[in-house]
Unconditional design. Structure first.
Length: 452
């Protein structure tokens, strides 16, 4: 039995409704993988959890730090860090067809594992304790996640064009991942409504219902995609998800920028099992025209989480940056400076992102009984000072480098801004040695063609 005590720390409290707040001078008691108590420092016991006879094995000094729920990257393609900066200043069609899908011809298990290790390192150092991934060679991503100590939900990606055997292999990988480690969960990963046939989506939905799994896929990424679906098939991508049973089975929808008013009643019917991941930097960078309609989705009861998408377009896996851009782009979208308040943004980034990961009952808030996924943030740097409102600092000022200490499932994985689970110089050397092989376009071909 392991015990950790975080002593004399400020704690971000995120209620289901209403204003978030920060409680000062608190002690957080962790036993094994869970928070067992949060109590004012002035009344806690010397080094021991309430009711426990033994002192904590490790005492973390939280003086001057703010404890927040470990961040969740609710939609990403982690190994794409290896393509960082390799596809710039391109429209979405050229981004896919001239760069990314030709690059992905170069994917190998080793290259994916090396990229995933780098991604896990980047995220942990920034206070991201869970990531929701959608990519190829997901077994290699799982190995990197297990090694690093991060929590992950992994969806092995497939296209219909790859054939039935490849789809079967992706399904089998999902089953295998589910039993690998307590920190690893797995979802089914059809790529998108425009790259996977209705027949294969129905097959996926049937399997999801039979085995109690979620489906993670791209849908209605842009309004152009929605219009193309209407022109070709007479239905929106969201209507495709309903008629194929994907929404009934339960889905995490990446992006949803092309969700239309007529889709909202459909999504509302499945709001208890449907979530959407918003990755706003990507929408700006690719000039996609719209951002995720969060206000409408929340009015329909649909949870929304914050993600980065892959670093091949987002350039970082910095969820702090994504949180900030969610707040800014939503104010602009609604032409309302009073929408997307500090508390609503923090709730989206914590509770909403936990729901997007399918872990809303395990992570996302700091309270007894929850998994001990905790990030300690230092607000003393000039870019955060003076701190009139720590909530404002978290949304609009904090940088990834402000994260000092990180726990996942009660284990200290970052201590004093240093990884405890991986040799970072080795991770960087390996990534640098292989990165050029991923962006090489001389091989020819592509894994898919973008033509929604």
């Amino acid at each position: 039995m392991s015990r950790v005590l975080i002593r004399n720390v400020s704690v971000l409290i995120v209620p289901e409704q209403g204003e978030c707040r920060v409680d000062e001078a608190q002690d957080i008691y962790v036993q094994d993988d869970r928070i067992v108590a949060i109590m004012p420092t002035s009344i806690t016991l010397d080094g021991g959890a309430p009711g426990a006879g033994e002192p904590a094995a490790e005492v973390v000094d939280g003086s001057g730090l703010l404890a927040v729920p470990g961040l969740v990257n609710s939609h990403t393609h982690s190994p794409m860090v290896m393509m960082r900066g390799g596809a710039e200043d391109l429209a979405i069609e050229d981004w896919f067809n001239r760069r990314i899908w030709p690059m992905e011809v170069n994917l190998t298990p080793e290259r994916v594992r090396v990229g995933a290790r780098l991604a896990c390192a980047e995220m942990l150092l920034a206070g991201v304790t869970t990531f929701v991934d959608h990519y190829f060679h997901a077994d290699q991503i799982a190995a990197a996640a297990i090694e690093s100590g991060i929590r992950a939900d992994l969806a092995p990606t497939f296209f219909s064009s790859a054939g039935e055997d490849a789809i079967d292999a992706a399904f089998e990988t999902t089953r295998d991942l589910s039993s690998r480690h307590p920190r690893i969960t797995a979802s089914l990963g059809p790529h998108a409504t425009y790259t996977v046939t209705d027949e294969d989506l129905r097959r996926t939905a049937d399997l999801a219902r039979a085995e109690g799994r979620r489906i993670h896929l791209h849908a209605a990424e842009t309004d152009d995609q929605t219009q193309a679906s209407l022109d070709k098939h007479g239905v929106t991508p969201i209507q495709v998800l309903e008629r194929t049973g994907v929404l009934e089975a339960g889905a995490l929808i990446a992006h949803g920028c092309g969700i239309r008013a007529e889709d909202l009643p459909i999504l509302e019917r499945y709001a208890d099992r449907t979530t959407v991941a918003c990755c706003p930097k990507v929408y700006l960078k690719l000039a996609m025209g719209e951002v995720t309609p969060i206000k409408a989705l929340r009015s329909a009861g649909v949870d929304v989480g914050v993600g980065t998408d892959g670093a091949a377009v987002h350039n970082t896996l910095d969820v702090w940056e994504a949180i900030r851009m969610v707040a800014l782009t939503q104010k602009q979208r609604e032409h309302d400076a009073e929408w997307m308040t500090l508390s609503d943004t923090l709730r989206l980034a914590t509770r909403g992102s936990a729901a997007a990961a399918g872990l809303e009952n395990q992570i996302g808030v700091l309270e007894p009984g929850r998994q001990a996924d905790i990030a300690l943030v230092d607000l003393s740097a000039p870019h955060n000072q003076p701190v009139h409102d720590p909530r404002a600092a978290l949304v609009y000022s904090v940088r990834a480098s402000d994260v000092v200490t990180v726990l996942v499932a009660g284990q200290v994985v970052v201590r004093d801004r240093q990884l405890t689970t991986m040799d970072l110089p080795e991770v960087l050397v390996d990534a640098k040695a292989l990165a050029h092989t991923l962006v090489d376009l001389s091989t020819g071909g592509a894994v898919q063609h973008y033509a929604p």
